[in-house]
Design a protein around this ligand. Structure first.
Ligand code: SF4
Length: 192
């Protein structure tokens, strides 16, 4: 429906403005390490598909980042391109995989050491979460509100609070249940 709506050049700026924290963190790790492990590629790859990347754009996006690291183009094509085509339903049983909901991210496949997937409100140590939020310029009072919600295990409400604080609005007026919904609502608020 929105395939081809965004260009690859927009992703860096969109990740700062309109991605939820889980995807912002995956994007940043990918840019820094030129790699993401399987869980991260699935969570982030399907999200990007959901915001409108075409298969061709996705292959270009992942290839150009991976070959800046330890993977050369040949290895990328052999070891990783299949997984991306698979995500788009072009390989294997040709299922058209849908992006993960918050519940799926929060409840399944918890990240281990070296992984960057998962929900930072659920899976990051509170001290580390605090540092991330400071790094992203969330105010001290905003951070306290978020950490309070996290303590009560209200991870999606914490994420919604992050949305309100980073979009300068009082009340998000939606009930967050999906990272792609976060993106759509953000674009709506920002008039994108
Ligand atoms: Fe991502 Fe959902 Fe967690 Fe927000 S609550 S960071 S959108 S998984």
């Amino acid at each position: 429906k929105n395939v081809g709506k965004i260009s690859l050049e927009q992703i860096d700026s969109l990740s700062g403005k309109s991605f939820p924290l889980c995807m912002r963190q995956l994007h940043q790790s990918l840019r820094e390490n030129h790699h993401l492990r399987h869980g991260g590629r699935m969570q982030y790859g399907l999200f990007l598909k959901g915001i409108g990347l075409s298969l061709e754009q996705a292959l270009q996006f992942w290839r150009s980042e991976f070959i800046r690291g330890k993977v050369d183009a040949d290895k990328f094509d052999k070891a990783y391109a299949y997984g991306i085509r698979h995500m788009f339903g072009k390989e294997g049983k040709r299922a058209d995989y849908t992006p993960y909901s918050c519940m799926k991210v929060i409840l399944s496949n918890a990240p281990s050491q070296g992984d960057h997937h998962g929900c930072p409100f659920r899976h990051s140590d509170p001290e580390l979460l605090k540092q991330k939020l400071q790094f992203y310029k969330v105010s001290p009072s905003g951070i306290s509100q978020i950490l309070e919600l996290v303590k009560g295990m209200h991870y999606q409400l914490a994420c919604q609070k992050y949305f309100e604080l980073t979009h300068n609005i009082e009340d998000a007026n939606f009930s967050l249940n999906h990272p792609n919904q976060y993106f759509i609502e953000s674009q709506r608020v920002l008039g994108g």
